[in-house]
Structure formats: structure tokens, C-alpha cells
Design a protein around this ligand. Sequence first.
Ligand SMILES: [Zn+2]
Length: 118
Amino acid sequence: MTDALHPNGRCTCGGEGKCVWCKRVLLLEIDDIVSSLKKSVEPLVKIADAYDANALDNEARKHWGKNYENTNNEDPNDITLYSGRGGKELLTLSDCLKARETVKRLEEYYGTLRTRLS
Ligand SMILES: [Zn+2]
């Protein structure tokens, strides 16, 4: 693999992670992990977005009323979106909100990290 930043396309620091090549390889690996993580929690983020868009129903509705004047004050930890057989709680609204917040924090942090490592 040849890298535009490192025309020789190889490590020059003996694998200590200090050269341009090593940093670029590290970024590519982190890119892959961040991308996989974001993709894996995307369904949860979509649910959190649907909650904000008031697109969920019943106890997961964010606002209701003639002019949406009522706000759901239920703790998101107590709003079960999916439960399995035997009543085991598998997914709450809180899980989705946390997943979305984590993705947001990851994107912000990763942007800073990329700038520092580039
Ligand atoms: Zn190196």
C-alpha cells in the first residue's frame, strides 16, 4: 500500500508508531472500528431520532394532545421498547438515547483525534 503522505509506503520508525506511515495505518484501523461501531448502533440512533420527531407511539410518544401540549415525563429507563418472551426487558428508550449520545461524542472526539494525528 502506498500512501501519498509517505511515498515509500513503509514504516520508518521500526514499528514504534511514531512515523507518518504508522499514524496513517492507525487512523485507517480506527476509521474501520468507528465505522463499524456507528453502523452497529444505527438502529438505536434511528429510534432516538424517531422519539424526537414524535414518531413513536403509546408510552414512547414524546408529545401528545391537540397541539402537542403534553410532554412525556416518563423516565426513558422505564420506557420498554422491546421485551422478549418471559417479559425480559431487552431494549429501552434510554438505551437508544444513550447510543445516540455516544455516537455524537465519538464523532466529536474522533474528529479531534484525527486532527491531532494527521
Ligand atoms: Zn512507523
